[in-house]
Design a protein around this ligand. Structure first.
Ligand SMILES: CC(C)(COP(=O)(O)OP(=O)(O)OC[C@H]1O[C@@H](n2cnc3c(N)ncnc32)[C@H](O)[C@@H]1OP(=O)(O)O)[C@@H](O)C(=O)NCCC(=O)NCCS
Length: 290
């Protein structure tokens, strides 16, 4: 029964969110399929979905930018698709993104995904009314957000997502992954999941195993990105463990070790997720003042 409810709820969510594809919504107006609350927020921010024109540029490199989360000017999540085949170095100038020296020897794939992330970050900052749009590169590659904002960026197989919030007292993580199959799935099960987590995965019937395994992996990347500004050090996949599916769009995790005096062992973390069966996206926003 619980499984049936989960499946129905999940299907409804997919229809309401992920399947709200870019062709549905074009010229900055909320889609008829956008929910009432989201439509109001979107109308306020002016970007329920924005066409690539919203960046001032229309290039085959970047698809329309879709708003996937919108909390009335507090935080915004954007997603787009990019095509490495259509990438060229000159796009950095066209999108007015600084080309970082550290990408001097990088292959087009890396340059292209970086550019897509920075274009999304710029669009998200703009939609939150934050004038400074330069997102620098910090230690170990973590993005450096302009004063008064925090955020996170992810890219995978031509899909890019970015989550940005106004304020500085939050920890934010977002991650997109293509649903793993074959060797990649095996590698995730072996490297990113413990035997106990694999067992938990095998005993649930709510989600396809490959989707859930990829989502747990993605959630761990999201946790790493969110906690890194506090922990300031690398921590591995065994640092947190998957407890189970909390509800139709939430996974529950807890820390297996003390990561920082403010993040003791057994700290519970809830990670949101959404999947369209081809990709999965996870994210979290942790309020540091609580
Ligand atoms: C850094 C890491 C999380 C990036 O994730 P990924 O799935 O490989 O790649 P994504 O495209 O999703 O994310 C890359 C983006 O993450 C951001 N990022 C990189 N290092 C980061 C850090 N230390 N903290 C926060 N964000 C970081 C950057 O914005 C980067 O994109 P950019 O260089 O174009 O700006 C990953 O490579 C890693 O090192 N993971 C091992 C640690 C880990 O996950 N432990 C599990 C803890 S439970």
């Amino acid at each position: 029964m619980a499984d049936e409810w989960f499946e129905t709820a999940l299907r409804a969510r997919r229809l309401a969110r992920f399947d709200c594809a870019s062709e549905d919504i074009f010229d900055g107006r909320p889609s008829p399929r956008t929910s009432g609350h989201e439509a109001k927020c979107a109308a306020r921010s002016g970007i329920a979905c924005m066409s690539a024109d919203a960046t001032g540029v229309r290039q085959p490199f970047l698809s329309d930018i879709v708003t996937v989360l919108d909390h009335c000017g507090h935080h915004i999540g954007l997603q787009t698709q990019y095509s490495i085949d259509a990438f060229s170095r000159s796009l950095f100038d066209i999108y007015e993104v600084d080309f970082p020296t550290r990408l001097g020897n990088a292959v087009p794939k890396r340059r292209g995904e970086f550019l897509a992330g920075r274009v999304l970050a710029g669009a998200a900052l703009k939609s939150l009314g934050i004038i400074e749009s330069l997102v620098g590169i910090g230690e170990r590659g973590a993005p450096l957000w302009p004063k008064g904002s925090v955020g996170s960026i992810s890219h995978s197989h031509g899909r890019c997502a970015c989550l940005v919030a106004r304020g500085e007292n939050m920890l934010i993580g977002i991650d997109v992954e293509k649903v793993a199959t074959g060797n990649s799935l095996e590698a995730i099960m072996k490297e990113a999941l413990s035997a106990r987590e694999c067992n938990r995965l095998a005993h649930q019937t709510c989600l396809d195993q490959a989707i859930l395994a990829t989502t747990i992996f993605s959630a761990k990347e999201t946790i790493f990105k969110a906690l890194y500004p506090v922990v300031q050090d690398f921590f591995g996949f065994d640092a947190v463990s998957f407890n189970g599916i909390e509800d139709e769009d939430t996974l529950s995790f807890s820390t297996e070790q003390t990561l920082h005096p403010t993040i003791p062992i057994d700290t519970k973390m809830l990670i949101k997720f959404e999947t369209d069966n081809e990709f999965t996206r996870t994210w979290t926003i942790i309020d540091r003042t609580m």
